[in-house]
Write a protein that binds this ligand. Sequence first.
Ligand code: HEC
Length: 159
Amino acid sequence: MKGETNTSIHVTKLIRLIRLSVVLLFAFIGSMIFFVFSLSFNSNPQPIETAVSTEVLDDADWDKIENGIHVRTGLIDSEGLMAVVSNCTNCHSAKLLTQNRMSADQWNETIKWMQETQNLWDLGGNQEIIVKYLTTNYPYKKKGRRAILSNIEWYELED
Ligand code: HEC
């Protein structure tokens, strides 16, 4: 009889101990989760700050010209630049313009093609300005022309 009571006391103590360790385990896991979260929040303030500051910079530098280059698009700063920037860099990058060296006729053809197939709007009087800008600043280059020779040792021809 006495032995049985002792055992049940032992069992009760054991159950309490298990309960206590379960509570401690949960508290430990909880604090670990909290720790990890607070770490990941603390390691982030820098990116957030830079994100804010670049946004401010972007606004201020939106149409910045540096060394004769429109920084945002990489286009040469020259007469008609803004007409080109506001009409020709909406759908694709300005690289498409600077890599395509064309004559005025070819530019007008390309613009017509984009208007017919790519929903490019009517450019009105800007079309002439844009084509003039493109042919002036990115002139048509004949492909396949070799570079000018230099430092050539000529043979003396003997007769
Ligand atoms: C409404 C959108 C839109 C606008 C605005 C726009 N384009 Fe395009 N353009 C396109 C699309 C779409 C293509 C095809 C891109 C491709 O082939 O991946 C294209 C292609 C081009 C090409 C390449 C043509 C080729 O033969 O591969 C050039 C050059 C070009 N555009 C110049 C211009 C110029 C100059 C302007 C300003 C007058 C302009 N684009 C404005 C949509 C536009």
